[in-house]
Design a protein around this ligand. Structure first.
Ligand SMILES: *[C@@H]1O[C@H](CO)[C@@H](O)[C@H](O)[C@H]1NC(C)=O
Ligand SMILES: *[C@@H]1O[C@H](CO)[C@@H](O)[C@H](O)[C@H]1NC(C)=O
Ligand SMILES: *[C@@H]1O[C@H](CO)[C@@H](O)[C@H](O)[C@H]1NC(C)=O
Ligand SMILES: *[C@@H]1O[C@H](CO)[C@@H](O)[C@H](O)[C@H]1NC(C)=O
Ligand SMILES: *[C@@H]1O[C@H](CO)[C@@H](O)[C@H](O)[C@H]1NC(C)=O
Length: 581
């Protein structure tokens, strides 16, 4: 306990860039100071120092070298019996398949599974990885993670990726979407390139290709290098734009010969609204709390657009986009009142529209966001707007769910004109129930209260993306880059066969795929989808208490065995039945 307190003190002191020990050096050169808060420490930290002083000890996995793939026994590829509550579509019937003959996926429709570096890799300190903000959040910030877990080991994908890729390939999955840990490649976010990390990701990409699986790479999925957070505030500062661009330049150069699909940034709405980070664990910055996420958003638009332009110049055949967040999902007006319609529009403006309007439509914020941010953010220059506008080759959305929106207490105008209103600045309130009190659809695990199975709304959601962003931007294709479901209380189940039978997740995937097919048959150009997630993993602030996997991972067993859940077969079946051969 004392040890932890000591580390915590060191972390705070270093993060504040001010320790008592620097006082002597300040007097040695004789410079008088009236403002000791401006004094800076003279010490330099290496990667190991950062771990020791800012994070503390990390747990090691059972496997600490790369293991080769275990052949998948054919007995684990036997699908479950048909889902317990079959849908019976109209149209021409194919016995036992309940197939709608009006639907199909073209041959080149890409379907796959997704994960993210911090959530699956483990091997926290291995091979020179520098810490990210998430190592501090999990190790230092008491109560930040529901079950007090860290991702030091998690799925140990860093050493078990060959097995992971073999297992998805054995089910016929064609696409694997993963993210790179920026602080593996640049332990301090910038500076020297860690060649061991490059070799690691090279082998993941080569293993995908060996198994006929298309690798799709996300450049940033929330794990900001700690050094950049503590130097200039991470995404709060435009300094990150250059560092991000230099990082992706190296990545494109090393992997661009084999990777065609790139996602620059995952769900900026979500990671930007994680600011302000908890006080006292990171260097303190004085931007008012409520403005921090918008400073982050400004850096995101600049970083994304530059990374997009650079990627297109280095890899002309690449497909590059950022991933929109699920925040709020499809926004349904609670009533048909004009006020609720205005609230819904403001909700789109401040969620998807915050990033999608600049990138896909105008190069600048929509008027609702701009009215708010122009009091504290600098305007974009003309050349920045030009770089932002059109910086996406497809419209990628992590479209999990839907909910109802309505005007806040007192009406939209009263809220917009009152910064102290609890709904300010968005000025839209939400609920998960219809006006008559019934839930929009089955609830996910209580620790994922934002998520309900609302697949009936997916065709409308996809049409909205088409009409609002994809078509105006030049008939861009649309991809659902994450979708998935947290089976209620799954983490509390103890019998293997109970865990593997996940009926709500099964029906979620079945109905979701039907919803995509329906939208496609009505002219929405959906080109691919990525299920979240390839297996149970570290679900951020919910730790291991919430499960999104289509494979179960026994985290109690040090060898971390993986097992397919029934939902994985249901997902795959959509392509067995509907994809053109
Ligand atoms: C079959 O597909 C068509 C075209 O999307 C759709 O109109 C119809 O509702 C579908 N049938 C069922 C039962 O889903
Ligand atoms: C997590 O840690 C906190 C603080 O030490 C403790 O109160 C809580 O019971 C722990 N929760 C779990 C699930 O272990
Ligand atoms: C501390 O502040 C000084 C002066 O502003 C700066 O040069 C140095 O990089 C900072 N160190 C850290 C660890 O932030
Ligand atoms: C961090 O900055 C805020 C805003 O200036 C201030 O209120 C807070 O006390 C500071 N925290 C620390 C630990 O210095
Ligand atoms: C998980 O692994 C532990 C340790 O090997 C074992 O006791 C337990 O039964 C396993 N749980 C399941 C659901 O397979």
């Amino acid at each position: 306990m004392a040890r932890i307190t000591l580390f915590a003190f060191a972390a705070v002191a270093a993060a504040q860039n001010l320790t008592q020990s620097i006082a002597p050096s300040a007097t040695i050169d004789g410079t008088p100071t009236q403002n000791p808060a401006l004094l800076a420490s003279p010490f330099v930290m290496n990667v190991q120092d950062m771990w020791n002083m800012l994070v503390g000890p990390v747990t090691e996995a059972y496997y600490t070298t790369t293991i080769s793939a275990t052949p998948v026994p054919s007995s684990s590829l036997v699908p479950p019996p048909p889902i317990y509550y079959p849908r019976f579509p109209n149209g021409q019937q194919v016995p036992m398949e309940s197939k709608n003959e009006s639907w199909s996926f073209p041959r080149d429709f890409w379907w796959g599974v997704a994960g993210a570096a911090y959530q699956v890799e483990g091997a926290a300190k291995a091979d020179g990885r520098g810490p990210s903000v998430w190592d501090v959040l999990t190790h230092r910030v008491t109560g930040f993670v529901t079950d007090n877990s860290t991702a030091d080991v998690t799925n140990n994908n860093y050493y078990m990726y060959k097995d992971d890729i073999a297992r998805i390939a054995a089910l016929g999955v064609r696409t694997y979407s993963f993210s790179l840990s920026w602080s593996r490649i640049f332990p301090f976010g910038r500076g020297a390139v860690n060649e061991v990390a490059i070799a690691h990701y090279n082998d993941i990409i080569d293993t995908c290709i060996q198994y006929n699986v298309t690798p799709m790479v996300t450049l940033y999925h929330w794990d900001t290098p700690l050094a950049l957070q503590d130097t200039y505030g991470g995404w709060l500062s435009e300094n990150i734009v250059n560092d991000f661009v230099e990082y992706v330049r190296v990545v494109y150069g090393r992997f661009g010969d084999r990777v065609k699909y790139w996602f620059t940034l995952n769900e900026p709405i979500v990671f930007c609204t994680q600011y302000p980070l908890p006080a006292n664990y990171f260097k303190n910055f004085t931007i008012p709390n409520e403005q921090q996420s918008f400073h982050c958003g400004q850096s995101v638009l600049l970083a994304h657009s530059k990374a997009y332009r650079l990627g297109k110049s280095m890899m002309p055949n690449s497909v590059i986009a950022y991933k929109n967040a699920q925040n709020g999902g499809y926004k349904i007006p609670l009533t048909d009142s004009e006020e609720d319609a205005r609230a819904v529009q403001r909700a789109w403006d401040f969620n998807e529209g915050w990033f999608s309007d600049p990138v896909y439509l105008t190069g600048d914020y929509n008027s609702a966001v701009k009215t708010y941010v122009s009091t504290f953010l600098r305007p974009f220059t003309e050349s920045e707007k030009q770089a932002i506008k059109g910086s996406g080759d497809l419209y990628a959305h992590d479209a999990y769910t839907s909910q109802f929106y309505y005007a806040p207490e007192g009406g939209v105008d009263a809220c917009v004109n009152d910064p102290s209103h609890p709904s300010y600045p968005v000025c839209a309130d939400t609920q998960y129930t219809y006006k008559n009190g019934w839930l929009i659809g089955p609830a996910a695990d209580p620790l994922a209260p934002w998520l309900h199975k609302a697949t009936d709304w997916v065709p409308q959601f996809l049409r909205y993306m088409k009409d609002t962003w994809a078509d105006p931007a030049g008939n861009l294709p649309i991809a659902v880059t994450e979708f998935g479901f947290a089976e209620p209380y799954e983490a509390q189940k103890t019998l293997l066969e109970d865990i593997l039978y996940d009926p709500i997740r099964m029906s979620y995937y079945r109905d979701y795929m039907e919803a995509i097919l329906m939208a496609m048959s009505e002219g929405v150009n959906v080109v691919g989808c990525l299920a979240w997630s390839l297996y149970d993993n570290f679900e951020w602030a919910s730790g291991f208490a919430v499960r999104f996997g289509m494979q179960y991972v026994n985290f109690t067993d040090p060898q971390l065995p993986r097992y397919y859940k029934a939902s994985f077969f249901e997902y795959k079946r959509a392509f067995d039945v509907y994809q053109e051969k």
